[in-house]
Design a protein around this ligand. Structure first.
Ligand SMILES: *Cc1c(COP(=O)(O)O)cnc(C)c1O
Length: 372
């Protein structure tokens, strides 16, 4: 029997279960005190004035795009090295996601590629802080200022990440943090959108709640809205998890350091590391880069044979069937993204991963890479 190491696992402690149970007994399951408290706590943690809880990161990004007034034919420059929601959120509003290539250091949007992709129809930039690593924010902000573009941060993987000492999420028009079960902390399904702007916050609140006004009657709908509300159970879970965010991020950092030291003893593989501008990488996943000579897919198969799950992460967005079909991409358009995507591997990683589990992944990799 081969012992199994999970790819990812939420950390649910007794205090989390008690917090959710408390809500269930209270009788208020939506739009109540837990949601308000969770929103306040996220706003304070990120250091942004307003936070609006929603039912997923995908919903949150959609609302950011709408609240920024991006629509029909507006071009928004974004990264092809991401999860599909960061580009789909433009399609929902008939805006056009325009991909620009990434840089090796942060694996996020390359400012020079963004500048080169600007046209008279460009209205926004949506950088993604992939794997908890902040993008080159100063450069992106300068470009946005120069061309009058809005910036929306996809911070879904980056709660607690710091760029030159400042937490991500407060740099642009708005930002979204996801709390899906594989993220640093979870609400089951759920996310929080943050913004420093009062009117944007009011619009986000109204749109997530069927377009209702702040003071209006329950059956009065002022604008086109959605049902993107977070449940009270989710908010209570999120608040309970956020209370121990420092411990969670420290533990994930330790696990990453153990992986990094172990992989440094092997040829052909290396864990990603903080960029020069990253004062805190918020470890979302254990992402390693393989030498071009190593067959990544063979490594994934060989790990699976040893009971260890691993993933090719990400598969570039422009090469997804939906984007190939809509925009005619065939490959070769974004060479850095394509090269990085071919060489990355996500190893098992979660807050409660034990040293012994990491050592088992290492032992398997040592065996596999020795005969690669
Ligand atoms: C998780 C994630 C999302 C979407 O979040 P959901 O809560 O799963 O809808 C968006 N962008 C990135 C980069 C993500 O990792």
């Amino acid at each position: 029997m081969i012992a199994h190491v999970p790819m990812s696992a939420p950390e649910i402690l007794r205090e989390d279960i008690e917090a959710v149970t408390f809500v269930l007994r209270s009788g208020t399951l939506s739009l109540g005190p837990a949601t308000e408290a969770f929103e306040r706590a996220v706003a304070d943690y990120v250091g942004v004035k307003h936070a609006v809880a929603v039912n997923s990161g995908t919903s949150g990004l959609h609302l950011c795009v709408r609240a920024a007034g991006l629509g029909d034919g507006d071009e928004v420059i974004t990264s092809p090295f991401s999860f599909v929601a960061s580009a789909n959120c433009m399609l929902y509003e008939r805006a056009v996601p325009v991909f620009a290539d990434i840089e090796e250091e942060t694996l996020g949007l390359d400012p020079e590629c963004v500048a080169a992709a600007i046209t008279p129809r460009t209205r926004g930039v949506l950088p993604v802080h992939v794997f908890g690593q902040p993008v080159a924010l100063d450069q992106h902000l300068a470009i946005c200022r120069q061309h009058g573009l809005v910036m929306i941060e996809d911070a879904c993987e980056a709660l607690g990440a710091e760029y030159h000492g400042k937490r991500v999420g407060g740099f642009g028009h708005s930002a979204c943090f996801s709390f899906y079960p594989n993220k640093q902390i979870t609400t089951g399904e759920g996310a929080v959108v943050v913004t420093g702007d009062d009117a944007t916050a009011a619009a986000l609140r109204s749109m997530r709640n069927q377009g209702r006004g702040a003071m209006g009657a329950w059956l009065e709908h002022e604008v086109l809205g959605f049902n993107y509300r977070m449940t009270e159970m989710s908010a209570a879970l999120g608040l309970s998890q956020l209370r121990r965010i420092d411990t969670v991020l420290a533990r994930r950092s330790e696990a990453a350091a153990r992986y990094s030291a172990a992989l440094a003893r092997l040829d052909g593989i290396k864990l990603i590391e903080p960029a020069a501008s990253t004062t805190r990488l918020s470890w979302f996943a254990a992402i390693a880069r393989l030498d071009p000579a190593v067959d990544r897919d063979r490594v994934i198969l060989a790990l699976a044979e040893r009971g260890i799950p691993a993933r090719a992460y990400f598969s570039p967005l422009h090469l997804q069937p939906l984007y190939r079909e809509r925009f005619g991409f065939t490959g070769g358009e974004f060479p850095v993204t394509e090269r990085v995507a071919r060489s990355t591997i996500a190893l098992p990683f979660f807050t409660a991963i034990s040293d012994e589990q990491i050592d088992r992944v290492f032992a398997a990799l040592r065996e596999i890479l020795a005969c690669a």
